[in-house]
Design a binder for this molecule. Sequence first.
Ligand SMILES: Nc1nc2c(ncn2[C@@H]2O[C@H](COP(=O)(O)OP(=O)(O)OP(=O)(O)O)[C@@H](O)[C@H]2O)c(=O)[nH]1
Ligand SMILES: [Mg+2]
Length: 446
Amino acid sequence: MPLTDKPSINHALLISICTPQFKGEEAESSLAELARLVTTLGFKVVGSQSQKQSSTQKSNVLGSGKLAEIARLTGNKGDIDETQDPDDVIDLSAMEAVQSENLPFGCADVVVFDCDLSPSQLRNVENQLGVEVFDRTGIIIEIFSRHARTRTARLQVEIARLNYLAPRLRESSSGNNERQMGKGAGETSLELDRRKVRDQLAELRRELVSVQDELKGRRKQRAELFCVALVGYTNAGKSSMMRAMTGSEVLVENKLFATLDTTVRALQPMTQPRILVSDTVGFIKKLPHDLVASFHSTLAEAQDASLLLYVVDASDPSFRSQLEVVHQVLEEVGVDDIKKLLVLNKSDQLSDEQQDALMDEFPDAMMTSTRDPQDIKKLHQYIVAVAEEEMIEDEIIVPYTAKGIIGEIRSSMSITREEYEYDHIKLSVRSNEIELARLKKRMKDL
Ligand SMILES: Nc1nc2c(ncn2[C@@H]2O[C@H](COP(=O)(O)OP(=O)(O)OP(=O)(O)O)[C@@H](O)[C@H]2O)c(=O)[nH]1
Ligand SMILES: [Mg+2]
């Protein structure tokens, strides 16, 4: 399947395969999410169709009636085998639905399935329709490829993309008899392509390991600081919250997966010692397995945090199931014993009654709107209070001969009392254990 950038806008027809396990509201909200994913990619959604099937595993995911209808909408460019599924009756109700939407002949040039298709299913339906076909994973991987900015994110996404593409590689149209440079004896073009992908994957994995070691080093340096990680479903408002709390210019967009890289900044107004806030990649239902695996390392930031803010878009009717996905992924990453706060965001989109009902349902949560400075202040106070709980109080004696160190103490700890004695200053300070131990060692070495 060619996953290439195209200059013109693609017109996409979305297909939902409903099974006994996946139907009704769940299928509808998933299809609505697929429409947002496809729009994020720059496609225009022209309509959607759903097909009932006993499972998504059949070699032909579409029955002949539905296939004929979709072929009409995609301009009959494919190669439909009329003998396929002789028992399958044309689903008239669905056809009427399409006609009532007045979708014209050939209105779509891309078909997107809201489920995963095996390489052979994808090939079959692509041949039958003669247009480009994507499955949900293909779309998500494509969005990730376009949004990846840093080296780590690019490496992670490229690994996931190649893993996805490798089994979908097909014989190139140039034929497999042609001799090609580097091709081993008896190796077809397809085998050569697959070998190249395998080599490339190995190289990318090596590179990723070295980048991750570097990042691990940086995280270690920050280990003594209190870290808050913003985690949650895509588009919940994590980056907006990061901006509001740290004054940083992280990307905020009404797009799915705007953020793929972890950003770390100090909480503003600045505290002593500093508190760090990190913005992380968002989650989505049915996240492709390879992407989950490759983003585990990005989520290491969450693993190291002292406090997790679970940000949800409380104005989205399906936020409860989104929260479930977040819990699931984070459990896999292993963040069970970290303190958490549920942040019900986008409260400006909710009526007072709706807000009250949500607070009854989630009494330990905090209701916020990233657009309300008062809410950001409330969150700031909460974070500082939690950080303070972890701090301990101590006394430090600084001789006048070592006065220079006081500036250092002021910038890294909170000083609660200063007493000036004959030959020293006695400071009462609050900080975390590691920072205090480090300071005492420094004082001894002076
Ligand atoms: N109405 C309203 N919109 C908000 C609020 N917070 C964020 N948004 C909007 O929601 C959209 C997504 O915001 P982001 O901050 O990019 O969301 P994110 O969680 O970082 O999303 P990803 O990076 O894709 O995971 C943007 O259009 C924001 O302007 C809020 O409190 N109220
Ligand atoms: Mg973001």
